[in-house]
Design a protein around this ligand. Structure first.
Ligand SMILES: [Zn+2]
Length: 501
């Protein structure tokens, strides 16, 4: 009896495995796969950070989902030959301010299948998603943003303020002013509305809203905790001189996360920590070890980029950031600033590139397995915009993995696929099927040549596509084929938390 029972159990486990598609995943399925798939990616080196699979496999795709992962041949109406190429989950960019069709083209060429604006966010979540539905090359998503909500309430500025390029001096004055109790209530109501409309996260840029008190920040974290949403924060300070340091500023948000229970995600930790970046990462590691849900990200560059009119450039910026006029570059022309041009352009408004992050800090963060990769890509407002929106992911894979050997390929892929998906999946279950090469997952897939992948966008020539990203699928539809963009396809879908009526 006992033997039979065990056999039955073994059989039912085997049936279960086949049912889940795990047998074919293990490459040991004796069953002939007679299905005909919409598309097969044939003979590539499949790398999946969740299961650890790193082997040559065929991937069968139908109806926008991965249906089979097999060592045996698969039938399909369309085949992508991937011999010698890596087949990875599509990259998820947690931090991209450029959310226009042109940005999506650059991002697709860089392997990104899901592009998210979570730091600045929007004050109109429903309108933001509606504007992109059915018109997008890649998947898209947004946070409810404390900056635009605060601008709406305190400065009565209407419309979404996704970009720091468009701030007027009126808005800047309002962002420097403490909110009244009534204004704080209005902000809280708008943040809650954003969550009910399916915002993926809460975006905060405390450095841009110096009028926000510590208590205002805590109140914002309380709301995020209520909706189980991560708070994606640009810290209050990015400075090197106490008390306006990145270390002081990270203490504020770790304390807010600990006392409210909200998950915390510190954005671009290198431009916050500067040469002290390892200290900030140590704070994140320590918080995690003590059970707090704290994560962080970086981009693989030694320059930051932001609006020249913002609070970042309030008097004293040279001392705070340890830089001078010559380190600030005007994106409209590429010129380095002087006292005269700084004053002129600060009145005028526009985006600058700020050369202020030591290479050691950038490398330290890129190589650290707990630090995710996020581009912080900018709207394309001039010919000399920051290259990060166009080249971040290929730069990590080509420069830091292949050329510098700063980290291994699977770790790098984990930092740009699985970890961002896990960051968001408690709030937005759609992410449980992203960031993985797994049967049943969304067919968001990036196929690249590990020997050739590289960023081509530079500070001098930022509007250049990355190379070596050969095929990119979004919900099973190729958007890049043989290294070329596919015209006239819009398979991108909303990556959104559930909408509450
Ligand atoms: Zn930022």
């Amino acid at each position: 009896m006992i033997t039979i029972r065990i056999r039955r159990l073994a059989l039912s486990v085997a049936v279960l495995l086949v049912g889940l598609g795990l047998a074919s995943f293990l490459g040991a399925a004796p069953i002939q796969d007679s299905a005909t798939y919409d598309l097969v990616i044939s003979g590539g080196r499949v790398m999946d950070p969740e299961s650890g699979l790193d082997a040559v496999r065929n991937v069968g795709i139908s109806d926008g989902k991965i249906r089979a992962i097999s060592a045996g041949p698969l039938q399909a109406r369309q085949t992508i030959e991937a011999k010698g190429l890596v087949v990875a989950p599509g990259f998820i960019d947690l931090h991209e301010h450029g959310q226009e069709p042109r940005n999506y083209q650059f991002q697709a060429h860089d392997g990104v299948t899901t592009s998210l604006e979570l730091e600045a966010g929007t004050n109109d979540v429903t309108g933001w998603y509606a504007a992109r539905e059915g018109k997008s090359l890649i998947n898209f998503g947004v946070s409810i943003g404390h900056i635009p909500v605060r601008a709406q309430v305190v400065a009565h500025a209407q419309g979404a303020l996704g970009s720091s390029a468009t701030r007027t001096s009126d808005i800047e004055a309002a962002l420097h002013r403490e909110a009244t109790p009534d204004e704080l209530d209005q902000m809280k109501a708008l943040i809650e509305t954003g969550f009910k409309q399916g915002a993926l996260a809460e975006g905060m840029g405390i450095n841009y809203t110096p009028g926000a008190t510590r208590w205002e920040i805590v109140e914002m974290f309380r709301l995020a905790a209520k909706y189980n949403a991560p708070v994606h924060v640009h810290l209050r300070y990015a400075g090197l001189v106490e008390p306006e340091t990145g270390l002081n500023a990270i203490e504020e948000v770790i304390a807010a996360a600990a006392s409210t229970g909200a998950p915390l995600h510190v954005v671009h930790i290198t431009s916050m920590g500067l040469k002290n970046t390892p200290q900030l990462i140590a704070m994140v590691e320590g918080a995690r070890r003590r059970g707090l849900d704290v994560t962080t990200e970086c981009y693989p560059y030694t320059a930051a980029s932001t609006g020249l009119q913002t609070a970042i450039f309030d008097p004293g910026w040279q001392k705070r950031m340890g830089i001078d006029y010559k380190d600030v570059q005007w994106t409209a022309t590429g010129e380095r600033l002087t006292t005269e041009t700084f004053d002129k352009y600060r009145k005028q408004g526009g985006i600058v590139v700020i050369h202020m992050i030591p290479e050691d800090a950038a490398r330290n963060a890129v190589a650290n397995p707990i630090v995710m990769i996020g581009s912080d890509g900018m709207p394309i407002t001039g010919p000399k915009v920051h290259p990060r929106g166009q080249g971040t992911f290929s730069r990590v894979l080509g420069h830091y993995v292949r050329e510098e050997k700063a980290l291994d390929l699977m770790t790098a892929l984990r930092k740009m696929t699985l970890m961002p998906a896990q960051r968001l999946e408690k709030r937005a279950p759609v992410f449980k099927d992203k960031g993985r090469i797994r049967v049943g997952a969304d067919a968001d897939i990036t196929v690249f040549d590990p020997g050739r992948v590289i960023d081509k966008a530079t500070y001098e020539e930022p509007l250049r596509y990355s190379e070596g990203i050969q095929f990119v699928l979004v919900n099973g539809v190729p958007v890049v084929k043989d290294g070329q963009l596919v015209d006239g396809v819009f398979p991108g879908r909303a990556a959104r938390a559930p909408v509450v009526q």
